[in-house]
Design a protein. Structure first.
Length: 367
């Protein structure tokens, strides 16, 4: 079958891959629409852990069920489903310790396109289908459902890690799609002032539409000084790191409040080495600032809960999709678009089953 794979670090190719084998608890799926992610860019160009030869890339997908194993009870052939980017190993005992994303081994929940074949192929397999696939309610657009499987849940994970509460002041570093989802989530949690650090106009405009009250452009001055000046030197209650280089980690510690401040990191830091913890703003290790580093939450229930927020018009993540391409072969173009981040881009969706999408849009999406 046709698949888009990692040939070697820094190089991709199209590959005639073997079709996946159906397991008793799994499902075979055909992608309906996919979206390359910045983490796909990292997988190809950013180094990191060694990947298997000809690894099929991709982990953002809505799909149609082709077949299910004999132990699958909640899904059947023809179902239209959201495929969470994070598919935990629900059978490992670590799950009983609520270690959903790292059960058994580091990052075991982040399997698709990392440790097992991903979704950029004509067919793919998802284990533990009853626990990992999510049913898409009628009335939800293809774009919105696709954004829920990774972008929204990751942004919301940052909000949860930063423990945003009613009336909190919040700063979001990085306002690509993930950071925008974090702004969306912070507003849902009742945040008061929301500062957004970013510069691309399309993202700035979207951040303000979603609830950002202040925009801090890192090109025009010292970010730490600007935010401290805006907050009368007090800093903010919560920081969500959703993008940026290694410096943003230090800046987050600099600007979060002493004693009660929370930092939620959902950012990927490439390369090796260490992140710098500032001794002074870190109170020489006694500042009472809490830092949490998190992989996105996933699994069936998580994504279905987020989809319910779309269903009842609480959030509108379809706005993040600024570009649409047609045909699996255009995954390669879409990945390059995400790598270069052209000025008018937030997310690009690749429709891989145009006939299904046309039918869904005509019969299921809300007008």
């Amino acid at each position: 079958m046709k698949a888009f794979v990692l040939a070697e670090p820094g190089k991709t190719k199209w590959y005639n891959a073997p079709e996946p084998i159906l397991t008793r608890d799994g499902a075979l799926l055909s992608p309906v629409a996919v979206a390359p992610c910045t983490s796909d860019v990292h997988t190809v160009y950013g180094g990191g852990s060694r990947k298997s030869p000809n690894l099929i890339l991709g982990h953002e997908c809505v799909a149609q069920v082709i077949d299910v194993g004999e132990d699958v009870h909640d899904f059947q052939k023809g179902d239209f489903v959201a495929v969470p980017a994070i598919t935990p190993n629900w059978k490992h005992p670590d799950i009983q310790d609520t270690n959903f994303r790292h059960a058994g081994e580091h990052f075991s929940g982040h399997q698709l396109g990392k440790s097992i074949p991903g979704v950029f192929a004509e067919l793919f397999h998802v284990p533990c289908a009853d626990m990992n696939l999510a049913k898409i309610p009628k009335g939800i657009s293809i774009e919105a459902a696709l954004m829920c499987v990774d972008v929204v849940t990751t942004g919301f994970t940052g909000v949860e890690a930063a423990e945003v509460e009613f009336g909190d002041s919040v700063c979001v570093f990085g306002i690509g799609a993930i950071g925008l989802a974090a702004i969306m989530g912070a507003r849902q949690k009742g945040a008061g002032r929301i500062l957004a650090v970013g510069s691309r106009k399309i993202c700035v405009d979207m951040a303000q539409e979603l609830g950002a009250t202040d925009i801090v452009d890192y090109h025009t001055g010292d970010v730490t000084k600007t935010i401290l000046d805006l907050t009368n030197q007090q800093g903010v209650d919560s920081v969500i790191i959703a993008g940026g280089n290694d410096d943003v980690f230090t800046q987050a510690v600099d600007i979060v409040k002493y004693g009660v401040g929370n930092i939620g990191n959902i950012n990927y830091y490439g390369g090796t080495g260490s992140l710098e913890f500032p001794k002074f703003s870190g109170g020489r290790g006694m500042a009472g600032k809490t830092i949490r580093t998190e992989l996105a939450k996933g699994g069936r229930r998580r994504i279905e809960r987020i989809l319910s927020m779309v269903e009842y018009n609480r959030i509108h993540p379809e706005k993040f999709v600024t570009h649409e391409l047609n045909g699996l072969e255009n995954v390669e173009t879409a990945l390059e678009m995400m790598r270069k981040k052209q000025s008018d881009l937030i997310k690009v969706m690749v429709v891989t089953n145009p006939e299904f999408v046309k039918s869904w849009r005509s019969t299921n999406e809300k007008n």
